[in-house]
Design a protein around this ligand. Structure first.
Ligand SMILES: Cc1cc2nc3c(=O)[nH]c(=O)nc-3n(C[C@H](O)[C@H](O)[C@H](O)COP(=O)(O)OP(=O)(O)OC[C@H]3O[C@@H](n4cnc5c(N)ncnc54)[C@H](O)[C@@H]3O)c2cc1C
Length: 371
């Protein structure tokens, strides 16, 4: 039997960033357990790599701001070169969504994020393929961009390891030991790892890990989303920002000389690597031809899908479980887990090290305690 103080289940962005911040705060006895043979096999390695700060939910907005500031200015001892293309973002909307987007932009401005509201003419001049597109106005955020997710994820893990954290791959946590409503350890295969604190950073599996512990029931919904990559296209400018049409739920950005596009599909799915659905290319083609007429027909070279795990109320789930002592939730990061990773890891670290089972307000799992 091995002993740890803190076991983190999952080496995606949630688990890796928390290991990093815990280790950096001087915590010891941290073991990260990852069922795959390497990190980033699931959502953390299958996403669109965008750092986006303007979002409708204020609690996610401030974590996104803090997370974005971290990646723009990584600590000087960061172990890897992490490419961050700070090309900004352009969020488009029409009608009622344009009104809510301008409110989101105003809230972002109030917390210190640089934003500007652009006319559609200005947006069209900046990104030529928006000519004739269907939107009333655009919100420009110059400090957004696109990050090398693999280097960022590896950097968290490498730094944590250099500060004494152990990361173990290839073993799935299959049981959580609980005595008198307090966690005492986990089982991986036939091995028991004793622990005082267990952090549930298992992404799409977080609900199952919660069930193993007998925790409160958190309504987590893993949802599949597809991404499509074109071959290199002569008219794509690699300096374009990522462009997200929030009214028609479609986004694109430059990638490898071509475009990466997403039709923002959302289908509930069991945890795992989701199969791709051929009909999603039609969904994408339909949205592109209706809302981006300049590029109505584009070739697709590759597609893949990943899971975004959303809590039913759309908010993150971060904090101590109200039923099982020592069991900490770090789940439901939805479509924001890359951007917010450092802020989420730092918040979890503060809550864990404060020792008195403090709560993180409206993102705490306490909201699921039955009264
Ligand atoms: C198509 C798509 C596009 C996205 N685009 C963006 C974007 O542009 N910007 C952004 O900020 N976010 C984006 N996201 C969201 C982001 O990818 C996720 O929020 C983030 O990766 C979640 O990280 P995680 O650590 O919670 O989960 P994961 O990355 O899934 O990590 C959980 C880990 O836990 C491990 N695990 C599970 N169960 C066990 C067990 N029993 N034992 C041991 N290990 C276990 C898993 O193997 C996995 O590695 C996107 C997501 C998708 C799907």
């Amino acid at each position: 039997m091995t002993s740890a103080h803190t076991v983190i289940v999952g080496a995606g962005f949630a688990g890796a960033a928390t290991a990093y911040h815990l280790a950096r705060s001087g915590a010891s006895g941290i073991v990260v357990l990852e069922q795959e043979r390497l990190a980033g096999v699931h959502s953390s390695g299958r996403n669109a790599s965008m750092i986006r700060q303007i979002v409708p939910d204020p609690s996610i907005g401030s974590l996104a701001q803090e997370g974005a500031a971290f990646v723009r200015n990584l600590p000087s001892d960061w172990p890897l070169l992490v490419n961050f293309e700070q090309n900004g973002s352009l969020l488009l909307a029409s009608g009622k969504e344009w009104e809510s987007l301008t409110r989101d932009a105003e809230r972002a401005r109030q917390i210190g994020i640089e934003v500007e509201c652009w006319s559609r003419q200005r947006a069209e001049q900046y990104v030529k393929i928006l000519k004739g597109a269907d939107f009333d106005g655009a919100v420009w955020c110059p400090t957004d961009g696109v990050i090398d997710i693999h280097a960022l994820l590896s950097g968290y893990l490498k730094s944590a390891t250099s500060m004494g954290t152990e990361v173990r791959y290839g073993g799935s946590v299959r049981a959580i030991d609980v005595e008198d409503n307090r966690v005492t350890g986990v089982m991986i295969g036939n091995e028991r790892v004793k622990a005082d604190v267990i952090i549930n950073a298992a992404g799409a599996w977080a609900g199952l890990i919660g069930e193993m512990a007998g925790s409160v029931k958190v309504p987590l919904l893993p949802s599949r989303r597809h991404l499509f990559l074109t071959p290199p296209l002569p008219w794509v400018d690699s300096r374009w920002p990522f462009v997200w049409d929030v009214s028609h739920e479609l986004y694109f950005r430059p990638e490898s000389g071509g475009l990466l596009l997403c039709p923002c599909d959302q289908d509930e799915m069991a945890p795992g690597i989701p199969p791709t659905d051929d009909s999603m290319i039609e969904l994408l083609a339909g949205k592109v031809s209706r809302h981006l007429p300049e590029i109505s027909s584009i070739p697709i070279k590759r597609s893949w899908a990943g899971l975004r795990t959303l809590c039913a109320d759309g908010r993150f789930v971060i904090g101590w479980d109200p039923k099982i002592h020592g069991f900490f939730w770090l789940a439901g990061l939805g479509g924001h887990g890359v951007t917010t990773s450092s802020a989420v890891g730092a918040l979890a670290t503060r809550l864990i090290l404060s020792g008195n089972e403090k709560s993180a307000g409206d993102i705490s799992p306490k909201r699921f305690m039955e009264v």
